[in-house]
Ligand binder design. Sequence first.
Ligand SMILES: NC(=O)c1ccc[n+]([C@@H]2O[C@H](COP(=O)([O-])OP(=O)(O)OC[C@H]3O[C@@H](n4cnc5c(N)ncnc54)[C@H](O)[C@@H]3O)[C@@H](O)[C@H]2O)c1
Length: 362
Amino acid sequence: MTSPTMSVAVVGCGIGRQHIEEGYLPNADKFRVLAICDIDAGKRDAVADALGIPRRVAHFADLLAMEDIDVIDICTPPQLHREQILAALAVGKHVVCEKPLVGSLQQIDEVIAAESRATGKLMPVFQYRFGNGAEQAKRIIDSGVAGRPYVATAETFWTRRADYYAVPWRGRWATELGGMLMGHAIHIHDLLLHLMGPAAALFGRTATRVNPIEVEDCFSASVQLECGALAALSGTLGSQEEFSRLRLAFEHVTFESDQTPYAPGVKPWRIVPASSEIARQIDSLLSGWPDVAPGYQTQFARFHAAVAQGAALPVTSADARRSLELATAFYHSAEAGIDVRLPIGPEHPRYRSWVPARFQTA
Ligand SMILES: NC(=O)c1ccc[n+]([C@@H]2O[C@H](COP(=O)([O-])OP(=O)(O)OC[C@H]3O[C@@H](n4cnc5c(N)ncnc54)[C@H](O)[C@@H]3O)[C@@H](O)[C@H]2O)c1
């Protein structure tokens, strides 16, 4: 039986355009984008004209009132996500939302509680997880063939200059909700935790060295994972060449991701087995591997299947919480100069806000 097509409204015409082009249009048997919303009429019209979207509105409330919309896909600046997620769940819509999902652990717990009461589902976007490279590594690790995890490095070396920060919401705690950790490296850090499991402790340092902005654009950290393995995280927005790279050393296999900066999960990864027997086991695990389309295309197709079957979503609000918890630990460690233990619950001083004290407004 084919599942019904879901009607989608997208709010925010920056990355929202890529969600439509790379996520919904290639899944035309599963989704049709009926409406687009943006406060900027020029961007709204350009996307709607180019991609043939029938309805275009300026006000988010107009999307909420459309009874035939099943999914609202939120691609607005980060400070708007919480309010828009809660409003969409409250009227029974499914929600897809860009990162960072919200602005604190308190807010994500509020959103998770709202989701548990709602008829709609909430799927955060973490598209790096989808594609051949990351998914083959995940299969090998989950099968046990890779053995005990030892150590990982996660590098995010990107370039962002004045033109990027000319957009007023970027570079400020109140609107971007964080810096490089929140807006850029959040993807590869999610992928690391997806493959090796949650963090148990973190000592991090942040710095603003590349651009004249409030938030950090360089960082490094030493992490202990719950499984006992260690990880080193580093990133800058001042690299002369852009790459994202994950390297994972396990007892029987070493993995190195592709380095494509915005899609390191997609192309085949370097997989180095310890012996010909491990190589044989990997060949057997990957035999008949179906090509997995990258990024949004597969994440959104699996969202459709999960909703249709009442199954677990491919990325959950709990996954988003884990990524925000890591960032909370990072900011707290960097400000206080201490090793921070995870998990972080309501009793933690940074549960309500990870924003450094000197940038907090009353
Ligand atoms: N997953 C990824 O790889 C990825 C890549 C880029 C951006 N993002 C995330 O997507 C979000 C948007 O980023 P962007 O780079 O597309 O930003 P952007 O500024 O390019 O686009 C945001 C759009 O939202 C519109 N907007 C602002 N307020 C609005 C409102 N109240 N109602 C309707 N529209 C409104 C703006 O006019 C603008 O067109 C951010 O959370 C960002 O972190 C994710």
